[in-house]
Design a protein around this ligand. Structure first.
Ligand SMILES: [Zn+2]
Length: 209
């Protein structure tokens, strides 16, 4: 059980950092961290809670199908199935999903695209791209209210031990080998979205430059 408690405190501290960034509007967002490999189990945020508060019921342990393994009245987040897809297909250790204004607006800026590409920014190094002309790309998938159908669309882009997917007018899901790496990736993507949204706003006001 020691792994359970150490993972709990790790996820709890990430939740607090993301709350401090104000990334949990209206109880949105869900976070998870892997506890064991065989069988796959992970801690995931409980549904419908204010994630700016810290309680003893913030997370619950679920199996590889996202079904709870603890006797608790809490329910796993509605989008737990997306986390389960990642843990079942990859060696990821953590999955973070947040709804921010920037990660929603960027999907409308690129409404007819299946991917968004970013280049020419120092923050790309945080995503592991160190070359001078490095490019990174993130897929956008349509938002589908039926979570199992959404999970099928999502699954096509779960191809490595780290990655990120944007869901149109909904949010981003990021995963990586551990909590530190995953939070770093999430922050880098949100930086790029915010930069691009601000640049588009300026261009709209003063014309292209
Ligand atoms: Zn969501």
């Amino acid at each position: 059980m020691s792994n359970y408690f150490s993972r709990w405190s790790e996820l709890s501290s990430i939740k607090k950092e993301l709350a401090d960034r104000d990334w949990f509007f209206g109880t949105s967002g869900n976070l998870s961290i892997k506890v064991s490999n065989e069988p796959v189990t992970f801690l995931v945020t409980a549904s419908g809670k204010d994630k700016r508060k810290i309680t003893n019921h913030d997370f619950l342990l679920v199996d590889s199908n996202g079904e709870k393994l603890e006797d608790t009245p809490s329910k796993p987040s509605a989008e737990t199935l997306l986390h389960a897809k990642i843990y079942n297909k990859t060696n990821a250790g953590c999955v973070l999903h947040v709804h921010t204004i920037d990660n929603n607006v960027i999907t409308q800026l690129y409404k007819n695209e299946t991917h968004i590409e970013f280049t020419g920014n120092e923050i790309l190094k945080a995503l592991g791209s160190w070359e001078q002309d490095a490019k990174v790309s993130i897929p956008i998938i349509p938002n589908i209210a039926h979570i199992p159908t959404l999970a099928e669309q999502f699954d096509r882009y779960v191809t490595g031990d780290s990655g990120a997917i944007l869901i149109e007018n909904h949010g981003i899901t990021v995963w990586g080998k551990d909590a530190f790496e995953t939070k770093k990736f999430l922050e880098a993507w949100e930086f790029l979205f915010s930069y691009q949204v601000k640049m588009a706003t300026i261009k709209n006001i003063v014309g292209s430059f």
